[in-house]
Design a protein around this ligand. Structure first.
Ligand SMILES: Cc1ncc(COP(=O)(O)O)c(C=O)c1O
Length: 394
């Protein structure tokens, strides 16, 4: 997929990915002749029904699940909410009076909001565990806070800002030792690194189309066979009663195609190529801004295509504003012109200045070595521009 000459270099793949042209080609027929409702009882249902089934198998294969364990829904936020609130309401129905649920501080707002709603609307008790300076949650921290009434632990697979990959296998084992279910938000890992639900030992896993070269507005939830979950949305009984709504066939087909392409790419070593490029980018920045660049998050336990750094003496938003050749993000929030540091970096115990000077640079399928070289040079120029000491006019 080619970038037009004057377009900025896109280094924001953790925010969203472009749609792979092969994915687009596969989904288009279902916006045209294959438009039928899969639940209809006439000839127009056949092709969409088959296509949804095929997509379900493709997504299942990417994560090592059975097709019947995959539920399609409308977004990553919906997948997280369905998993978290669905377990809580399921526990209430089973007679647990005040279900206790646990997560950690650097989760995506989709998970944190689902926790707050579970408390507000369903009377759940919450524990939100701290992470260490590398962004990791220690299994021992989970073990010491888990209770007999804990029904669910939800810990993201990799963080969207830092790329830090949590020890899901160990954390899920602790949850299971205590009889709790385990959910992981794998929005940032599905398609980027190999993952297998059985190897991880999770009961529920969210994955998101627009992080893996499918369109926005489609996601999937892995629900291990036998997991007790109440639906958030009722109606026509689609998706085994777990998510009502006429299936978004073209987008489901797109997610299936994206999963199949990602599986092939991973088998061909795509993540090693990206890790090399990411390391080149980090090296270039460190070399040209000596002593000023600090990596945020664990050195090794991070996504291959994610670089989160802070640059001494320069605010992230100012660097990006001065660097129109690169599209990236900071993780900090801006309200009425005032910038506040990323809550993820603050939760890791980093000082506010370091949070404010952070840049998140995330590579993707079509990022080249030339892109990395040009982006590094442009960022270095921008850092010098925003930290230049004004010369006094004589
Ligand atoms: C880790 C993580 N979880 C959940 C989401 C939410 O996905 P969606 O935008 O599809 O609701 C995102 C997207 O930014 C994410 O990065």
């Amino acid at each position: 997929m080619r970038r037009l000459e004057h377009d900025p270099i896109y280094l924001d793949h953790n925010a969203t990915t472009p749609v792979d042209p092969r994915v687009l080609e596969t989904m288009l027929p279902y916006l045209q002749a294959g438009f039928g409702n899969p639940s209809s009882e006439h000839a127009y249902a056949a092709a969409p029904q088959l296509a949804v089934g095929h997509a379900r198998s493709q997504v299942a294969r990417l994560v090592g699940a059975a097709p019947a364990e995959i539920v399609f829904l409308g977004s990553g936020s919906e997948a997280d909410a369905t998993a978290i609130r669905g377990v809580v309401t399921g526990a209430l129905r089973a007679g647990v009076r005040r279900p206790h649920i646990m997560t950690q501080q650097t989760e995506h707002p989709a998970v944190l909001a689902a926790f707050e709603y579970a408390e507000q609307f369903h009377g759940a008790e919450l524990t939100i565990l701290p992470v260490d300076r590398d962004g990791l949650l220690k299994p021992q921290g989970l073990r010491s806070a888990i209770r007999p009434t804990t029904v669910l632990v939800s810990v993201m697979h990799a963080n969207n800002e830092t790329g830090v990959i949590q020890s899901i296998r160990e954390l899920a084992a602790v949850a299971h030792e205590h009889g709790a279910l385990f959910h992981t938000d794998a929005a940032q890992t599905a398609g980027k690194i190999p993952l297998d639900v059985k190897d991880l030992g999770v009961d529920l896993l969210s994955l998101v189309g627009h992080k893996m070269y499918a369109p926005k507005g489609i996601a999937a939830l892995y629900v291990r066979a036998g997991t007790r979950l109440e639906p958030l949305i009722g109606g026509g009984g689609q998706e085994r009663g777990l998510r009502a709504g006429t299936e978004n066939v073209p987008y489901i087909v797109a997610l299936g195609a994206a999963a199949a392409i990602a599986a092939d790419d991973l088998a061909a070593g795509a993540s090693d190529r990206l890790a090399e490029l990411r390391d080149d980018l980090e090296r270039e920045l460190m070399m040209h801004l000596p002593g000023r660049v600090h990596r945020n998050g664990h050195r090794d336990r991070r996504l291959p295509q994610t670089l989160n750094i802070s640059i001494d003496g320069a605010a992230g938003h100012a660097i990006l504003a001065a660097c129109t050749q690169v599209a990236a993000s900071t993780g900090s929030a801006c309200h009425s012109g005032l910038h506040s540091p990323s809550p993820v970096l603050l939760a890791m115990g980093l000082p506010p200045e370091r949070g404010l000077s952070a840049l998140r640079l995330t590579l993707g399928r079509w990022t080249t070595g030339a892109d990395v070289g040009q982006a590094a040079a442009a960022l270095v120029r921008a850092v010098h521009a925003v930290t230049a000491v004004p010369q006094e006019v004589p």
